[in-house]
Design a protein. Structure first.
Ligand SMILES: O=C(O)CCC(=O)C(=O)O
Ligand SMILES: [Fe+2]
Length: 329
């Protein structure tokens, strides 16, 4: 281990106060007394309605959460980046031609950071997090994801639990042609799932669970969908306009609708937010509830327009594909 890393570890160990277990706590706004507190503290009726929708439905839409001119500028910078790297990007296309989602593109195209820092949904998130909202990671989509319904929690598991929002920003209008974002309203309230028990069916030793296990991912998402079906909850496509922001609850089941017109783009960016200093864990922790973890985030934050952006790594595309992404500037 390099000297500087050793120092950092020692320092964070001291200031972080050792390790903790992640209790399966719901956030304060899902607990008793939340409505009274919100009624008392949030005077703005539009803001209060959004918070109520987020609590009850698992998502809310902030219309014009981002200025449309900024959206056009961000889309323009993405499209010129795509043109600049047309040849290189060809290897990162799915068999149906769609570009794979781009991870942390905001680190290459700074305009994308402004979609976060100038986003009017941040006030609401700061309030619900009871802390400063930070950008943890981002995903940029050229086209609809057509992704099956899922929860993000196995890959965005925080300490304290459920301190995460998905903040989805439309850079174009969405409809059935380009595959709107889909949610299951109420799907965040289907009871707790015995993740440790689920994992024990796949792994004799829970400490052997990797960061990402496709089997466990499927087991968990299948259970989420099964429970939502049992409660007769239905999928709903959320049609939005350029500049609108969809904010989803950490436990909200969501996905991408089928794309009817594969020639269409659906330029959008998802920012995964957390409160500042909160660490985020993956499946090795999510599926092993007795695993102790550090209580503080190991990454540092850069400042951008008065907001904090976690230094969680440079841009990349596709998981586990070896490539020198520094060439795609
Ligand atoms: O944009 C979409 O269609 C889905 C995105 C999503 O599920 C995610 O980024 O977590
Ligand atoms: Fe997701």
């Amino acid at each position: 281990m390099r000297f500087i890393e050793r120092l950092r570890k020692q320092f964070s160990g001291r200031s972080g106060g050792g390790t903790v277990l992640i209790e399966d706590d719901l956030p304060w706004f899902d607990r008793e007394g939340a409505y009274e507190r919100i009624a008392c503290q949030v005077k703005d009726s539009v803001q209060r309605a959004r918070i109520t929708e987020l609590i009850e439905q698992g998502f809310t839409v902030i219309e014009r959460g981002v200025d449309v001119e900024l959206c056009d500028k961000a889309a323009g910078d993405f499209l010129s980046w795509r043109t600049r790297h047309k040849e290189a990007l060809a290897r990162f296309r799915e068999p149906d031609g769609r570009l794979m989602r781009v991870i942390n593109l905001h680190q290459t195209l700074p305009i994308l950071k402004a979609l976060f820092s100038r986003n009017s949904s941040l006030a609401l998130q700061d309030y619900l997090f009871e802390n400063e909202t930070v950008l943890y990671t981002s995903l940029f989509y050229e086209q609809g994801s057509a992704q099956p319904i899922h929860r993000d929690t196995p890959l965005f598991w925080t300490y304290p639990a459920n301190m995460y929002f998905g903040m989805w920003i439309a850079l174009e209008d969405t409809d059935d042609g380009n595959g709107a974002l889909t949610v299951i309203p109420g799907g965040h309230r289907i009871g707790s799932i015995d993740r440790g028990g689920m994992a024990a069916k796949r792994f004799n030793d829970l400490t052997a669970i990797p960061d990402m296990s496709s089997e466990l991912w499927m087991d968990y998402q299948d259970e989420v969908v099964k429970r939502a079906d049992a409660k007769q909850l239905k999928k709903k496509k959320i049609y939005v306009k350029k500049g609108d922001v969809i904010l989803w609850h950490p436990l909200a089941p969501h996905g991408g609708a089928a794309i009817k017109d594969p020639t269409r783009t659906r330029l959008s960016m998802v920012v995964h937010t957390t409160p500042k200093g909160v660490p985020v864990f993956h499946m090795d922790v999510f599926f092993n509830p007795s695993r102790r973890v550090r209580r503080d985030a190991p990454w540092s934050y850069a400042s951008f327009e008065g907001r904090s952006i976690a230094e969680t790594g440079p841009m990349s595309i596709g998981h586990g594909i070896e490539y020198d992404f520094t060439s795609l500037t």
